[in-house]
Design a protein around this ligand. Structure first.
Ligand code: BGC
Length: 267
């Protein structure tokens, strides 16, 4: 049975707020079983679960630090046991700890790397271990497992004052591609979504401030800030059989932010 013919089981990290919450809810609307991972925002995770149940999906909440090996292993064991397997990992939990480069502490560097890059490695590794045990290889079969890495436009747009964050996202790009190459023969797909400015808590200092929002619009040719649903729809598609031939690629959901917006009337 393909993933599409039964309810998908999807593990979403960082699903208590922002883009992760939007993605978890969107999978709930598709009647998926959703494992809602969170680190500190229990209330947010409860809200995600409530929304999923309201729309006919199912799920449970699991607290874990994605940068902690043991906690990640336990989370996957529980998910696999409760739903007899996981079909999709959406590795989304990410943080920013901004500072100018000279002022940046090792702690700020390590925290961002540990969540944004090591966390993606640990979750993906557990997912791959599980996927490869699921079914024998069959070249004509659809994917037996799917990984979606939530990255950022800053996997290719340099970002002053955010060198730790941009470095982690650049790392995700090669993590995604190299892993996609390694596991494609096993019928496992690995892709990334790179959002631009999406209105969430991570950047509310910008979009809640009228002046800063006006400045931000200069970087968005499409002239609106994104919403978590803009990203969630793409994630649902990437996890479906509709995109079965798509692997090792990044979809930019950014209103054109990666199009060198300064060139619209310049150069
Ligand atoms: C960051 C946001 C930022 C956006 C566009 C995202 O990856 O987390 O803070 O607004 O990129 O610069």
């Amino acid at each position: 049975m393909g993933i599409q013919e039964r309810n998908q089981t999807v593990l979403v990290t960082g699903a208590s707020s922002g883009i992760g919450q939007g993605i978890a809810i969107a999978f709930g609307q598709k009647k998926a079983n959703v494992i809602i991972n969170y680190h500190s925002d229990e209330e947010g995770a409860n809200h995600t679960l409530e929304m999923i149940k309201k729309s006919g999906g199912n799920g449970f909440i699991h607290k874990a630090d994605v940068g902690n090996e043991e906690e990640v292993i336990t989370m996957f064991q529980r998910a696999i046991a409760e739903y007899k397997g996981v079909d999709v990992l959406v590795s989304n939990a990410g943080i920013q700890k901004d500072n100018s480069f000279a002022e940046m502490t090792l702690e700020q560097w390590n925290k961002v790397m540990n969540t944004n890059l090591t966390g993606y490695f640990l979750c993906a590794r557990e997912a791959i271990k599980h996927f490869t045990q699921k079914e024998a290889n069959n070249p004509d079969a659809k994917a037996i497992g799917n990984i979606i890495f939530m990255s950022s436009v800053h996997d290719i747009i340099p970002w002053a004052g955010h060198v730790n964050y941009a470095s982690s996202k650049g790392g995700i790009l090669m993590l995604m591609k190299s892993l996609a190459l390694e596991v494609a023969p096993k019928k496992i797909r690995v892709n990334a979504i790179s959002p631009g400015a999406i209105a969430t808590d991570i950047n509310d200092d910008v979009w809640k401030d009228e002046e800063k929002l006006k400045e931000l619009m200069k970087l968005i040719p499409y002239k609106r800030i994104g919403q978590p649903e803009d990203v969630a729809k793409v994630a649902v598609w990437l996890a479906s059989e509709e995109s079965d031939y798509v692997t090792g690629t990044t979809i930019y959901v950014d209103g054109g932010m990666t199009l060198y917006p300064g060139f619209v009337d310049n150069g």
